[in-house]
Design a protein. Structure first.
Length: 157
């Protein structure tokens, strides 16, 4: 992950998945299911948030206002399997239903916190890690709430 501390915008440069699904019945279907789960998890970690005003009215009442993951914001996925047939059933299959979604929220959050920590000492950022939250974390450091900001450092990675 790369972040721009001046804007809070981020770019997911790479995402690698390696998992064990036992005997794979349909590799294309499996890859699609895992990719969909990853996008769901990345959306949860980086974008999706229901926002209400002070009176309790939703401000994110439609998909025009809601941070929804889109294909153009996703990196290419490096997907591999290291399958070991299950001994618990005669087909040797294992579940794959939520495999992509399980690791997808913590992976970018750890990458983001790693970049922010090296940049300014930030150790905590709540999900979703929107560009505004990333920008605020960088600004807090620049104002003395963390290590002094080095403008010559360029993007944090």
């Amino acid at each position: 992950m790369e972040i721009d501390p001046d804007t809070g915008l981020y770019s997911l440069e790479r995402y690698t998945i390696v998992d064990d699904f036992g005997v794979t019945m349909n590799p294309l279907l499996l890859a699609g299911q895992v990719h969909g789960g990853i996008v769901q998890g990345l959306g949860q970690a980086m974008l999706e948030q229901v926002v209400f005003d002070a009176d309790g009215q939703p401000l994110t009442g439609s998909f025009m206002d809601y941070g929804m993951p889109r294909a153009d914001a996703m990196p290419s996925f490096d997907f591999e399997t290291r399958n070991v047939p299950s001994t618990a059933n005669p087909l040797g299959v294992k579940g794959a239903g939520e495999a992509g979604a399980i690791g997808a929220p913590p992976a970018p959050m750890h990458a983001l916190l790693n970049a922010l920590h090296r940049y300014n000492g930030t150790t905590l950022l709540d999900m979703p890690a929107t560009p505004e939250k990333i920008w605020r974390a960088c600004q807090a450091a620049a104002q003395g709430c963390g290590r002094a900001r080095d403008k010559s450092a360029g993007p944090a990675t």
